[in-house]
Design a protein. Structure first.
Length: 275
C-alpha cells in the first residue's frame, strides 16, 4: 500500500477511535465539520446517518452506547432478511449495533461476526454485546481488505457506511466474494454517487473520513461486485446525503458453482477411436 493510502487509513482509524471513546463516555465524537460519518446526526440536524435510521423496536433492543456510536448511513439488518441459524459477517462493525441486531435475528444456532480495525471500536462493541445479552456475537480485529475468515464460510455479509472509507475497494469486494458461500448474499448500506460524478466532484461534496469523498458510483459498485462473483446486483438510493450522492442499499447474490453435471465428452480427432 502506498504511503498516502496508509496515511488515509490511519486518519480513518484515528477519527473512529475518537468517536468510540466519546460514545463510551456518553457523548458524540463527530462534532467537528466532516469529522466522521454521522456528523450530521451528532449535530442533531436532519439525520441521514446514525441511530435515526433504525425503528423504535430495534433501538429498544440496544444499549445506549451502541446507539451513540451508530455511525452508519442505513439499516442493513432490515434489508438482509436474516434467518435463524445463519452466519453473518458485518464488515466495519464499529460499536456493534448491526452485529447485535443480527445476532438476535439468527438466534442461538447462528453466529454474527463483526470485523473492525479500530481497537477502541472493538472494545466498545464487545461491551455493548455483553450488555445486550447476546452470546453469539463475536468481534474480530482486522482489515476489511483482508478478511480473517475462511473462504465460503459465511451466509450473509452486511456493512454500514464502511466500504466508502476503504483505500482499496476492489480488494474489499473481492474479499467479500471470497468469504460468502455460493448462493449466499450481501445487504450493504453505503454512500453511493450518481454515475455522472467524477472523483473530484465527490471530494468537493464532503471529506473522506466523513464518508463522502471515497464513495463509489453506482456503476463502480455494480462492476466491482460482478468481478467479485456476484449476480442479481441492485443499488437502490434511499436518501440524499449531498448533491448527487445518496445513502443506498446494495444487494447481490453470490453466483452458485456449476452443479458438476458431466458435460458430453468431446473427443479430439487425435484421440477419437483410440482405446
Ligand atoms: C462510519 S463507521 C460505521 C460503523 C458501523 N458500521 C455503524 O453502522 O455504526 C466506520 C467503521 O469502519 C471501520 N473501518 C474503516 N475502514 C476500515 C478498514 N479498512 N478495515 C476495517 N475496519 C475499517 C472504522 O474503524 C469504523 O468503526
Amino acid at each position: 500500500m502506498s504511503t498516502t493510502a496508509n496515511e488515509l487509513r490511519e486518519e480513518v482509524r484515528r477519527r473512529y477511535a475518537e468517536a468510540a471513546v466519546a460514545a463510551e463516555l456518553g457523548g458524540c465524537g463527530c462534532t467537528e465539520e466532516g469529522g466522521c460519518c454521522g456528523n450530521v446526526a451528532c449535530d442533531g440536524e436532519a439525520a441521514s446517518f446514525g441511530e435515526a435510521l433504525y425503528d423504535a423496536e430495534q433501538t429498544g433492543e440496544l444499549p445506549e452506547a451502541a446507539l451513540l456510536a451508530s455511525l452508519g448511513c442505513g439499516n442493513p439488518t432490515a434489508v438482509a432478511e436474516l434467518r435463524e441459524g445463519e452466519i453473518v459477517l458485518d464488515v466495519g462493525s464499529g460499536g456493534g449495533i448491526d452485529v447485535i441486531l443480527s445476532a438476535k435475528r439468527v438466534g442461538p444456532t447462528g453466529v454474527a461476526y463483526g470485523l473492525d480495525m479500530t481497537d477502541e471500536m472493538l472494545t466498545l462493541a464487545q461491551r455493548n454485546a455483553r450488555e445486550a445479552g447476546v452470546a453469539n456475537a463475536h468481534f474480530l480485529k482486522g482489515y476489511i481488505e483482508q478478511i480473517p475468515l475462511a473462504a465460503e464460510s459465511v451466509d450473509v455479509v452486511i456493512s454500514n457506511c464502511v466500504i466508502n472509507l476503504s483505500v482499496d475497494k476492489p480488494a474489499v469486494l473481492a474479499e467479500i466474494g471470497r468469504v460468502v458461500r455460493p448462493g449466499g448474499r450481501i445487504g450493504i448500506s453505503d454512500v453511493v454517487a450518481e454515475n455522472g460524478l467524477t472523483t473530484d466532484d465527490r471530494a468537493q461534496r464532503g471529506s473522506y473520513v466523513g464518508c463522502i469523498a471515497g464513495a463509489l458510483s453506482v456503476g463502480e459498485y455494480e462492476a466491482g461486485l460482478e468481478a467479485a462473483g456476484f449476480e442479481n446486483i441492485s443499488v437502490e438510493f434511499t436518501h440524499k446525503v449531498a448533491d448527487g450522492m445518496h445513502g443506498a442499499i446494495v444487494k447481490a447474490t453470490k453466483i452458485r458453482k456449476p452443479t458438476g453435471k458431466a458435460l458430453p465428452l468431446v473427443q479430439s480427432p487425435a484421440t477419437a477411436g483410440c482405446c
